[in-house]
Write a protein that binds this ligand. Sequence first.
Ligand code: 1HE
Length: 269
Amino acid sequence: MKESVVKDKIGTLLPPSLTAEQQGNVAVLRLNRPQKRNALDDETILGIETFFSAPPEDARCVLLCGEGVHFSAGLDLTELKERDVTQGIAHSSLWHRAFERVQFGKVPVVAVLHGAVVGGGLELAAAAHVRVAEHSAYYALPEGSRGIYVGGGGSVRLPRLIGVARMMDMILTGRTYSAEEGQAMGLTTYITEPGKGFAKGLELAQHIATNAPLTNFAVMQALPRTAESDPTTGYAMEALMSSIAQADPEAKARLRDFLEKRGRKVTRD
Ligand code: 1HE
């Protein structure tokens, strides 16, 4: 990596555009380039790949957020100028690799969204497992007006979240969706007042960190693949995954806790 790479507090090599810290079992990764609205340059994407390839050993969930008034302005457009087709493919592949590490990494990821969540920023958000929006968040795919196309896995992940028709509309017409619209269409599953997203995201991440690791593994690795497989394969995969999870000593201990009146009851919140 380049000279600008610094060693962060939790011992991972990250570029200055990313900072990481740890709060208990939750690792917090922050896009930290507010002067460029957290635009994602190659160095940042490589840093994301590095971080999610080897999150801190004791982290059981990652909270992903952005510094400044926007989550992310997407692709750093200054890096686009001279790329030919072959370089463009390599660039898109780099994003795919990095965001696959987010989605299919070691631990679940909660993203906190605020301000602009656009282009590649929205593609990054789509790779997380739980999304929290502050009311200031807004979503757009300005690729159409820039003469480009999504390249960070957006055409794979976003239609599964919001549907092909909405994604077509966003690129073709430059339509922006508000935080409330994003919540209504299932892009996010939590919405908070401005400034409260981090606390909500952290609360959720701390809860996720207390789950049995095998349950979190099943949700991240088995569930999306089961949902995409034909039902016959899906039932077999589910039977295997559920039997593996329930045979784990962690599950046995948790079930015993409940049956012996020590386990948490389900509440209405
Ligand atoms: C940038 C970028 C960027 C800001 N690349 N430098 N993404 C876009 O098309 C979104 C472009 N950005 C914007 O529309 C606006 O900047 C925002 C709505 C996000 C924020 O507006 P604002 O008024 O808060 O900030 P600003 O004054 O526009 O920008 C501040 C600085 O950040 C300024 O640089 P400066 O040197 O003049 O101070 C901007 O040039 C810079 N900046 N956004 C580079 N994106 C894998 S394919 C993914 C394809 C895409 O992501 S396409 C979408 C690209």
